[in-house]
Design a protein around this ligand. Structure first.
Ligand SMILES: *Cc1c(COP(=O)(O)O)cnc(C)c1O
Length: 249
């Protein structure tokens, strides 16, 4: 029998660690948004997180996101939990799509009405999401995924490719760009991720000076094992799964 997962306790400790990392970096903790990544985990754990006041949730597969957050049955279940669990205002889970979106999943992704798409990784999918959002009467908030390591296995724009694509991307009326996202190569030592976080921040600075009218404020970087380093280097959004919900099956 597995140990039960203490979602509320894990969330409290992650929030403390976010505050401590922000303090070290001379930043305000409320500049950093915690996305609880619930992929592979059941609604019962999501409900426990909602009851503990967690608002932002991430999924990397579109069908799973739909089934857990957008399907009317699960929405009703989660809404009930939010109403009874949270002492503050009525909380509805906010869905973040954090994984790459395949073309044939784009319509379902839009139908999920995510609060933020983290991983727009090519112009083609940006155009498709823009068109589908327009048809649905929506404007989608989105981040551009950047492959700052150059690893062949990683999704995302190369930094040079991104600079070339920016004008095209900014011209899409139903996609509201807000910044950048990256996943560094995995290393158990979080310090190994630091140079990649620094690189993403450097690219953000180039975009801010080259396209000052656009919005580049958000940096989605940092996961369970390296979110503190990411915060020290400027993350505004951290995506934490395992450290909240336990190891994935
Ligand atoms: C799964 C996933 C995470 C969370 O990873 P953990 O190591 O479990 O915290 C973050 N970002 C993306 C894009 C993911 O797919």
């Amino acid at each position: 029998m597995d140990e039960p997962i203490d979602v509320a306790g894990n969330l409290a400790s992650i929030r403390e660690r976010i505050e401590a990392a922000a303090d070290r970096a001379g930043r305000r903790p409320d500049e950093i948004r915690l996305v609880a990544v619930s992929k592979t985990h059941p609604l019962s754990l999501i409900e426990a997180a909602l009851a503990a006041g967690q608002v932002d949730f991430g999924e990397n597969r579109v069908e799973e996101a739909w089934a857990k957050y957008a399907d009317p049955a699960s929405q009703a279940s989660l809404a009930g939990q939010a109403a009874t669990g949270a002492r503050t205002s009525a909380v509805r889970p906010q869905l973040h799509l954090i994984g790459p979106i395949q073309s044939r999943k784009a319509a379902l992704a839009v139908a999920c009405q995510p609060v933020l798409i983290h991983a727009v990784d090519r112009v083609k999918i940006a155009r498709r999401l823009d068109r589908l959002a327009g048809e649905a009467g929506l404007v989608l908030d989105a981040l551009l995924e950047v492959n700052v390591s150059g690893e062949a296995s990683k999704f995302g724009f190369s930094p040079a490719g991104l600079l070339e694509a920016v004008d095209d991307l900014l011209a899409l009326p139903h996609l509201r760009l807000q910044g950048l996202m990256t996943i560094p190569p995995y290393d158990s030592d979080p310090e190994m991720a630091r140079p990649y976080f620094v690189r993403l921040r450097g690219l953000q600075e180039r975009l801010m000076s080259g396209w000052p009218a656009a919005d580049w404020r958000q940096l989605s970087m940092g996961m369970s094992h390296d979110f503190e380093v990411a915060i020290e280097e400027g993350a505004t959004i951290v995506r934490v799964g395992t450290a909240i919900f336990g190891v994935r099956a």
